[in-house]
Design a protein around this ligand. Structure first.
Ligand SMILES: Nc1ncnc2c1ncn2[C@@H]1O[C@H](COP(=O)(O)OP(=O)(O)O)[C@@H](O)[C@H]1O
Ligand SMILES: [Mg+2]
Length: 282
């Protein structure tokens, strides 16, 4: 799987005398096995950008290629693409509507024209992937907790067996435990099922330690596309756009300014501890 945005731009008012661009000249590629985060301040164009990826929104300029094919060419099977590139919207629980969890998760597979048996088999598998016990099948989605509802919504997209899963601010509104749960689940999906993942977030602290690659947006433009370590070296620039590096980065830099030769690349408390012990010769 290879999904490419090629010089895409988007304006919500292209015909205005002075159109405003929500996305401007962004190019990037996502491949099978990628675990990426798309980060930027509110309004930087993240939600607009990800809607190009499954053809929900057509860029005003530029191209979207899936396995090398332009998805906005006539006759391109967009319906199939939307199964392969699964998009989980922000607050997806608002879109749950069936009477039971199982029926809700079957909705996508049903639309794909699968038999009832196949639908339920896929739904049950998806429930397992997101850690929902069988006892949830017959519950009403409305009696679940916030985190559980979100799992149901994610399972609904997974039941279509996507090759790429894009989640728009999946941790918004969850408490820290719920947040770690969801991120851990998504990480496992990537590791165990090989699904390419793009996590959208406005908080670096949230996703940075989970992602292997960061796309950083600034006012509609792609500012960085690199590993978290490389991106955090720009922690001063990140601050200017309302983002920050993990706390550990700041401590590492403060220590370096005091003359301790710790690596600036430590990203977790454990890594920094190692570095400090190393520098102290312990
Ligand atoms: N439906 C819309 N109509 C007009 N402007 C919009 C619409 N959706 C988003 N925008 C504008 O486009 C820019 C990017 O928004 P968005 O993609 O939602 O950013 P993010 O997801 O990073 O918060 C913002 O300035 C926002 O106000
Ligand atoms: Mg958004």
């Amino acid at each position: 799987m290879e999904l490419t945005l090629k010089n895409v731009s988007y304006s919500y008012n292209p015909d205005a005398p002075e159109p405003v661009y929500a996305v401007r000249d962004v190019s990037l590629t996502i491949r099978s096995g990628d675990f990426a985060a798309l980060i930027g301040h509110t309004g930087s164009g993240k939600s607009t950008l990800i809607q190009f990826m499954n053809g929900l929104l057509k860029p005003t300029e530029g191209q979207v290629l899936f396995n090398g094919e332009d998805i906005f060419e006539k006759k391109y099977p967009l319906k199939t693409l939307r199964q392969k590139v699964g998009l989980v919207f922000q607050y997806p629980e608002h879109q749950l509507f069936e009477e039971t969890v199982l029926k809700d998760i079957c909705f996508g597979p049903k639309n794909m024209g699968l038999s009832k048996e196949e639908q339920e088999e896929r739904a049950r598998h998806a429930m397992k992937l997101v850690g929902l016990a069988e006892s949830y099948e017959d519950k009403s989605p409305f009696e679940l907790s916030g985190g559980e509802k979100r799992r149901v919504a994610i399972a609904g997209v997974l039941a279509m067996k996507p090759e790429c899963l894009i989640l728009d601010e999946p941790t918004a509104g969850l408490d820290p435990a719920g947040r770690d749960d969801i991120l851990g689940t998504v990480r496992a999906l990537s590791d165990e099922e090989g699904i390419a993942v793009v996590l959208v977030s406005h908080s670096m602290e949230d996703v940075a330690v989970y992602a292997e690659r960061l796309f950083v947006m600034k006012k509609g433009e792609l500012l960085y596309d690199d590993t978290p370590k490389a991106v955090f070296r720009h922690y001063k620039e990140l601050e200017q756009i309302g983002l920050s590096a993990p706390q550990v980065t700041y401590i590492a830099h403060a220590l370096r300014e005091k003359g301790f030769d710790v690596s600036e690349d430590a990203m977790t408390v454990a890594e920094l501890k190692q570095e400090i012990l190393r520098v102290l010769g312990k």
